[in-house]
Design a protein around this ligand. Structure first.
Ligand SMILES: [Zn+2]
Length: 244
């Protein structure tokens, strides 16, 4: 039951409601929103870059090259930060080899309103799988995810058996209250792709393409990314849910 409101405060609430209803070109898709059942963001100012894993959690390790996912993701967010400098304020979830719990990453992301979250990973699976994948869950993250998957696919010379664009409830796709996506930049378990990812020039191309997709989303919103998916109702993702 809502609390009773003293009449002297009613005019204040009325003024607040009027302010909320004022037209704004970003009102429908900026700020925090628990469900994210809304169009994708436009004109956002802040990009939160999350380097997957870190510290005691190495993530996947490439058999062919020995490279660790946690080092590659940190390298990628630093390249992305440089690519986005001047266009956005960037926030790094971690800037060195430290371990940050997934729920803590969500808490940190939720400190920002006018922002998107991009979590960077590299994949592992049967050796024949290769190619980038993009995970999202919220309706307001579909356009951004579509742009990012297209951008990475444009850089990747080949794909085989991979999942492409996937709607999946993960802690970093379901729980943040801002548009959020999780990128898998390629399979470290595929010998050819792993050697490609080991090359700094390839990671730079990947970072430049990801940055361009983020700039496109900020400029255009969801335009050209197809119809929005239906809203889903599901509880926040927990540690015992699917892999992160
Ligand atoms: Zn990972």
């Amino acid at each position: 039951m809502p609390p009773l409101i003293p009449s002297s405060l009613c005019c204040v609430f009325a003024a607040l409601l009027a302010a909320c209803a004022a037209p704004s070109n970003t009102a429908a898709s900026s700020g925090r929103d628990v469900w994210g059942h809304r169009p994708g963001p436009k004109n956002f100012r802040t990009v939160i870059l999350d380097a997957g894993h870190g510290g005691k959690d190495s993530g996947a390790t490439s058999g062919p090259t020995g490279q660790r996912e946690k080092d590659l993701t940190l390298d990628m967010v630093k390249r992305l930060q440089a690519e986005l400098r001047g266009s956005f304020q960037t926030v790094l979830m971690r800037s060195d080899d430290t371990f940050v719990e997934l729920d803590e990453r969500v808490v940190r992301a939720n400190r920002h309103g006018d922002a998107i979250l991009v979590s960077i990973h590299f994949n592992s699976g049967p050796p024949h799988l290769r190619g980038p994948e993009t995970y999202y869950w919220r309706v307001d993250s579909h356009g951004l995810a579509t742009r990012l998957q297209r951008a990475m696919t444009g850089v990747s010379p080949a794909a085989s058996g991979n999942r492409g664009l996937v709607r999946r409830r993960l802690r970093l796709t379901r729980n943040p209250e801002i548009p959020c996506v999780l990128l898998e930049g390629g399979y470290l378990s595929n010998p050819a792709e792993s050697h490609l990812i080991a090359a700094p020039a390839y990671r730079q191309k990947l970072a430049a393409a990801i940055a361009a997709a983020i700039r496109s989303q900020a400029a255009l919103g969801d335009a050209g990314t197809g119809p929005l998916p239906p809203p889903l109702y599901a509880p926040p993702s927990r540690a015992h849910d699917a892999r992160q």
